[in-house]
Design a protein. Structure first.
Ligand code: SF4
Ligand code: SF4
Ligand code: FES
Ligand code: FES
Lengths: 153, 779
């Protein structure tokens, strides 16, 4: 546990009436710095907010924006929701997998890129939709264009 | 009270009742998965849809409380369509592998699908695959594909037991039940999730692929392993017990079991089971052994008279068997003596004996001497349930170490071994009552002032005394270690206006039943027989069920007794320790092999049915008694089976009037334990509890002893513990110990009656010199 987490936990707690509510912001803050949330981090956060470990573990595993494994410098989310699926997100994902030489859910050997799927990102009018480090890229013209602009630039 | 109509029938139920429970009272079955009365409503599965008039949509019957004048329909086109839809969703990713599922034939997913579901699914897309046989500990496997995510298992462990070891992981269709940090579950209540799971997702490993429900015999039984006497149902197939399940009794218990009771059933047929008689080192048939034993008895009668014969009853014998021993002693050998084998010396008069219902009403629960979690596990759940219903419940511990686990607002008074009776008497005296009984106690205390092992102020001791005297519903759980406690409890009862209910947590499980059957329960009866035997006054000693050297509090004296008796005859399921001291060991029949009655710590009598045949030459006790009588040319015919149930007291053994107060001896102010020494204190640990079990082997703690983390560090042990060598009057003995933060410095806690625990070689309260022997690494 890092000493400043204690400070962050207190700040988060001060904002909300219940410790449960402080959980999401605290997890985000720690993840931004650590890159992901390890088992130890989960135990530490549970202790900081006096919440049961399984509760924190369930929350972390519930949201796709919390990572339980280290991720690359750039995280590409490809939306696989209905509108995007109708507009070719399947092929987009296949192409990205081919170009990057990894499967969905994996990170490239050099630790640069992680490829993940996402449920509807609430931008259906721009389908197919992707996000790179949570920034929207839409509509995606092709895998090559996406990689050229957002990753290899 | 609320009046409503369900399926055209009227019913009146208390406010707050859920529709499903009101319907159940009318015998109307509303399907449920996630709901369980003990856990409360959740509304996660939607199978319990019902129609309520004037409500626009179907509602879930498990989360909707009844209202005055409500009109409910539990069937009908709309309801059936709703349930059909719910089932279609539940089955979308279900593997439909009922033909290879242990639950098939007793599964609520099957049953409700037959009743309400569609004949075929409409979903053609590939199914999502998850883990199919992932062990969550040594006894339980999870098939995540079959799980309907009702969360009963997760909520039971977290909210009910308070040991959060299961969780929901992931989201949406990917959600699965998993263990915390993917570590095996180690709660001693883990097996209950098998009973709770409405589908075939959580399954018992020892029962896996053993049978189909229609191959089975199921009999109602009672767990014999500890004084709780949990109600069980025993499943057998082709002469083997292959499963034990909890059996809920409406209005009385939920059917929870601990893992000892659920998985420890294989003691009946483990390899160590005694199958033939062993007489003076020679294996022989049971029939032949009875003739030899008959000759010994005959000789003893002629040479030394019936006074030289004694019977000791122990282990897991039924009340009927104890009664047979008592009758045999009175009728065939009048003048002979009987006693029961006890591990602790205290006695609880039946007039003080409370029941589990008292826990349901309690405002204050006091643990004296031991932690119920170790000794009588399911009682721990009952106290937890009470604290859920009444968050103000005070739980207090008076023992040589911390007893109260994680109860909210618990308070511990850590008192040296053998000072607990005096301490409680002192606390009562400090409370300033006018009661004669307490004043009488106080007058015996003289200048005694307790010194506690944890920081406690005089005001807190006074407050304890007042709580004991004044709380309305007081329940005490007593471990029976200090005989003087009996008088303190009697004085407390005399001084209180409200009832004082005591529940004995000590074994043997059925001691109160044997007492009812006519076997003296006081330790003194046993002690006199053992002491007489050690002086050569006993010619034939029968030991039924017990393992004397393991169980008797003074092992050396027990050995002297066995050495001096002309003929020691053991009837049991296993060879006793140091079998060379016995002249005959004959194989007996045990639990699940004979029908019989067990009396639990409430004094409640419950029947356990026989379901399998005894193996090998093992025979019911009465067969031996009959043939021994025969050998003496006497007749011993138990014409009518004894009926232990008494009309006036129903299921309970009758409560006798209270005995006179006996003097309380004030403990010598024991000299502080010299540096480098530890003081010994015993405790019951049902998880190991005597009976061998191959299924439970992975649970047997490798370190039965417990010491404080500071002592462990001082002795040079790592966190996991190691081997300790003890030196005292008994010579040198080694024991495996582990640090435990509840143990105060200078205390060594050791379990009773367990192989590897030298408690009865050292003696309760003994001070022993301790040195570290070696570090042992857990592989
Ligand atoms: S494993 Fe069984 S009890 Fe647990 S959530 Fe799934 S279906 Fe319910
Ligand atoms: S608590 Fe006691 S009686 Fe109940 S299952 Fe466990 S060992 Fe058996
Ligand atoms: S389906 Fe992709 S953004 Fe809505
Ligand atoms: S039983 Fe009612 S919602 Fe699950």
């Amino acid at each position: 546990m890092k000493p400043k987490w204690q400070v962050w936990a207190n700040e988060a707690k001060a904002e909300f009436p219940k410790a449960n509510s402080a959980l999401l912001p605290l997890l985000h803050r720690i993840q931004t710095e650590e890159g992901y949330l390890s088992e130890n981090t989960i135990n530490d956060v549970a202790e900081l907010l006096q919440l049961p470990v399984p509760y924190v573990e369930s929350v972390v595993s519930f949201y796709s924006l919390y990572f339980q494994k280290p991720v690359g410098k750039r995280v590409i989310h490809v939306c696989v929701g209905l509108s995007c699926a109708l507009n070719g997100s399947d092929q987009l994902m296949h192409h990205l997998e081919g170009k990057l030489g990894i499967q969905e859910g994996q990170t490239t050997q050099d630790g640069e890129v992680t490829l993940l799927e996402a449920e509807c990102l609430a931008a259906c009018d721009l389908a197919p939709v992707a996000q790179v480090n949570l920034r929207f890229v839409a509509p995606v013209e092709s895998a090559d264009a996406l990689l050229a602009k957002e990753v290899n630039s | 009270m609320i009046r409503l109509t369900i399926d055209d029938r009227e019913i009146t139920v208390p406010e707050g009742t859920m529709i499903v429970d009101a319907a159940a009272q009318l015998g109307i079955d509303v399907p449920i998965y996630c709901y369980h009365q003990a856990l409360g409503p959740l509304g996660a599965c939607r199978i319990c849809l019902v129609q309520v008039e004037k409500m626009p949509k179907l509602v879930t019957g498990c989360t909707t409380a009844v209202q005055e004048g409500m009109v409910v329909h539990t069937r009908g086109a709309a309801v059936d369509k709703g349930r059909k839809g719910v089932l279609e969703f539940l089955l979308i990713n279900h593997p439909l592998d009922c033909p290879v599922c242990d639950k098939g034939g007793e599964c609520f997913l099957q049953d409700y699908t037959f009743q309400y579901g569609a004949p075929a699914g409409r979903y053609d897309e590939p199914k999502i695959h998850k883990l199919k046989d992932a062990p969550i500990n040594d006894f339980i496997i999870i098939d995540q594909e079959r799980c309907v995510l009702c969360q009963r298992c997760v909520r039971f462990m977290g909210e009910y037991v308070g040991e959060e070891q299961l969780l929901l992981e992931g989201r949406g269709v990917d959600t699965v039940v998993a263990t915390v940090s993917h570590q095996p579950m180690d709660s001693q209540f883990s097996g209950n999730v098998i009973d709770l799971c409405p589908v075939g997702a959580l399954l018992s490993i020892p029962y896996r692929y053993k049978a189909r429900p229609w191959n089975l015999e199921r009999e109602e039984s009672v767990c014999p392993h500890c004084p709780v006497g949990c109600t069980t149902s025993v499943t057998s197939r082709e002469g083997h017990v292959i499963r034990v399940e909890g059996r809920p009794v409406a209005g009385r218990n939920w059917g929870w079991l601990c893992d000892r009771g659920r998985f420890g059933y294989d003691f009946g047929y483990v390899e160590k089971r005694l199958l033939n008689a062993l007489v003076e080192g020679r294996e022989m048939s049971a029939a032949e052994s009875t003739r030899t034993v008959g000759r010994w008895l005959d000789a003893a009668l002629t040479d030394r008279g019936p006074e030289s014969v004694a019977f000791l009853v122990g282990g897991q014998q039924t009340m009927e068997e104890a009664y047979q021993v008592a009758r045999f002693s009175q009728e065939v050998l009048p003048g002979s003596r009987t006693a029961m084998v006890r591990t602790v010396e205290g006695y609880l008069p039946s007039g003080l004996n409370g029941s589990f219902q008292d826990i349901e009403r309690a405002d204050v629960v006091v643990y004296i001497g031991g932690d119920p979690y170790d000794a009588v596990p399911v009682v721990h759940l009952k106290v937890r349930e009470r604290q859920r219903a009444n968050p103000g419940l005070k739980v207090m511990g008076v023992g040589a170490y911390e007893l109260t686990r994680d109860f909210h607002g618990a308070k511990n008074f850590t008192v040296k071994p053998q000072h607990q009776a005096a301490f409680l008497a002192y606390a009562l005296a400090q409370a300033g009552t006018k009661s004669q009984a307490v004043e009488h106690l106080a007058s015996q205390l003289g200048t005694y002032v307790p010194s506690l092992l944890n920081p406690v102020t005089p005001e807190e001791i006074q407050a304890l005394g007042r709580t004991l005297l004044e709380s309305e519903h007081l329940v005490l759980l007593w471990d029976g270690k200090e005989p003087e406690m009996e008088s303190v409890l009697l004085a407390l009862r005399a001084a209180r206006e409200d009832a004082t209910e005591v529940l004995p947590t000590f074994g043997p499980s059925n001691w109160r039943g044997w007492e009812r059957a006519g076997i003296p329960a006081h330790f003194a009866s046993l002690q006199t027989i053992i002491d007489d035997a050690a002086q050569g006054k006993i010619s034939v000693l029968f030991v039924v069920g017990a393992d004397l050297l393991r169980d008797y509090p003074d092992r050396e004296q027990a050995r002297r007794a066995l050495e001096r008796v002309d003929h020691v005859v053991q009837v049991g399921l296993f060879l006793p320790e140091e079998v060379q001291l016995y002249h005959a060991v004959v194989p007996g029949a045990g639990w699940s092999e004979v029908y019989g009655t067990y009396t639990n710590m409430e004094g409640r009598m419950q029947v356990a049915m026989a379901t399998v045949q005894p193996p090998g030459q093992a025979r019911p006790l009465r067969t031996y008694l009959n043939s021994w009588a025969h050998a003496l040319k006497k007749s011993f015919v138990l014409e009518s089976e004894w009926d232990p149930f008494d009309d006036d007291s129903g299921d309970f053994v009758p409560r006798e009037s209270l005995p006179e107060l006996r003097p309380v001896t004030v403990p010598e102010p024991s000299p502080g334990t010299p540096p480098g020494s530890l003081r010994v204190v015993g405790f019951s640990l049902v998880m190991e509890g005597g009976m061998p079990s191959e299924i439970l082997a992975p649970r047997v703690p490798r370190f039965p002893g417990r010491i404080s983390p500071q002592d462990a560090a001082r002795l040079g042990f790592s966190e996991q513990g190691g081997e300790l060598q003890l030196e005292g009057t008994m010579g040198k003995i080694s024991v495996m110990v582990a640090p435990d933060r509840r143990i105060p410095d200078g205390i060594l806690a050791l379990p009773y009656g367990i192989h590897g625990s030298p408690l009865n070689q050292l003696g309760e309260g003994a001070s022993v010199k301790a040195v570290r022997l070696e570090e042992v690494s857990l592989g």
